[in-house]
Design a protein around this ligand. Structure first.
Ligand code: GLN
Length: 361
């Protein structure tokens, strides 16, 4: 079956449908990871987006039930040069095409993804529409023009209820804005007593759960679309040690008075070099963000920049000057890819343990 992809700037691309049938609108973005497509597909931060992979062959090692990063894919579409119909790997349980069909996600292959990526790099991310329907380009253009991008993604992807993953260590309240499972895994291997709460849980409700620390998760969309969460983070600051990741980093920055902005084409991939300013060390990081904290707005805040992206100089990490609170823009939980940044979870858990020791001393 044929499929069409139409971009806001009028670019028309035709390919083969290898996922579900139908039509879906989204923000077209690219990811530069050579592997990790399963983690990309199940990262809730892609909610509302049509993702194109720059690596030309996708699906060759299949999909399995262990490498998922959330309860289901929230991505609106998947664009590849070539999809592997017959995967080959001992862990593989399903081919990418069958998996996409099962979850109702549209996929298009046979696309010149290099041309598509270059367009996005020059003009920025843009609205697009993916369709397997028998219809003219004109009809598709009409629907693309009439449709708008989502603004309520966090509410769509966050957990609906409080749920716990008990442990004997410090209690971490994981505010779920669209959390990847990797965050929970990293806390659990360090023995934390994890309680996951929905994105709009109030500071008072969190108090009642008696936290030792707060982890603000990653999540989709513009951080300014969830002002309630910014206000809650503001109330929690100073009362509990806090670690923000990706959207959580942006919410932490906004709660401290800094500003965020939309990037031209964002950072998405598993090979982004980031420098830690205190040590001069460079880490290879996994990333997925389209917004960034404006470094020139940090002066009027109690924050200092701790990490910088080496590709474009944007802010990748922050620390509060007086409080036990810090954040990173990238994904330290190593799914997919590099394990370089596990030390940040160690730092957070040490912070919580020190606090506990101080209380009991
Ligand atoms: N992965 C994330 O948490 C991304 C944060 C935010 N949605 C952005 O695109 O910048």
């Amino acid at each position: 079956m044929r499929a069409k992809l139409l971009l806001e700037d009028g670019t028309k691309m035709e390919g083969r449908s290898f996922g579900a049938e139908g039509e879906r609108l989204g923000e077209v973005v690219f990811n530069t990871g050579m592997t990790g497509y399963q983690e990309v597909l199940t990262d809730p931060s892609y909610c509302g987006q049509i993702v194109t992979m720059t690596y030309p062959l996708i699906g060759n090692y299949g999909l399995n039930r262990h490498d998922i990063e959330s309860r289901r894919p929230f991505v609106h579409g998947f664009v590849v040069r070539e999809d592997a119909e017959i995967p080959s790997h001992w862990r593989s349980e399903q081919s990418i095409g069958y998996w996409l069909k099962e979850y109702g996600i549209l996929g298009i292959s046979g696309i010149d993804t290099r041309m598509l990526t270059r367009k996005i790099r020059v003009y920025g991310t843009m609205k697009g529409i993916l369709s397997t329907k028998e219809e003219s380009w004109g009809e598709l253009a009409e629907r693309l023009g009439a449709g708008s991008l989502m603004r309520d993604q966090v509410a769509q992807v966050s957990s609906r209820n409080v749920h716990a993953s008990p442990g004997y260590g410090p209690r971490v309240i994981l505010m779920d804005f669209g959390s990847k499972y990797g965050l929970q895994r990293e806390l659990s291997v360090r023995g934390c007593d994890v309680v996951v709460v929905p994105w709009n849980t109030t500071a008072e409700e969190i108090d009642r759960l008696r936290p030792d620390g707060i982890l603000l998760s990653n999540g989709p969309g513009d951080p300014k679309d969830v002002p309630e969460a910014i206000a809650t983070v503001g109330k929690l600051l100073g009362r509990y040690p806090l670690f923000g990741i990706c959207l959580g980093h942006q919410l932490f920055a906004l709660a401290c008075g800094a500003d965020t902005e939309k990037m031209k084409f964002g950072h998405r991939g598993s090979n982004h070099p980031v420098k830690e300013l205190a040590t001069g060390r460079t880490y290879i990081t996994s990333q997925n963000h389209g917004y960034a904290v404006k470094a020139d707005t940090l002066d009027q805040t109690p924050l200092t920049m701790t990490h910088v992206a080496l590709n474009d100089g944007t802010c990748e990490g922050l620390a509060h000057k007086e409080l036990d609170a810090f954040s990173v823009q990238y994904h330290p939980e190593a799914a997919p890819g590099p394990h370089d940044s596990g030390y940040l979870f160690d730092r957070f858990v040490d912070m919580l343990k020190k606090k506990e020791d101080a209380v009991h001393a």
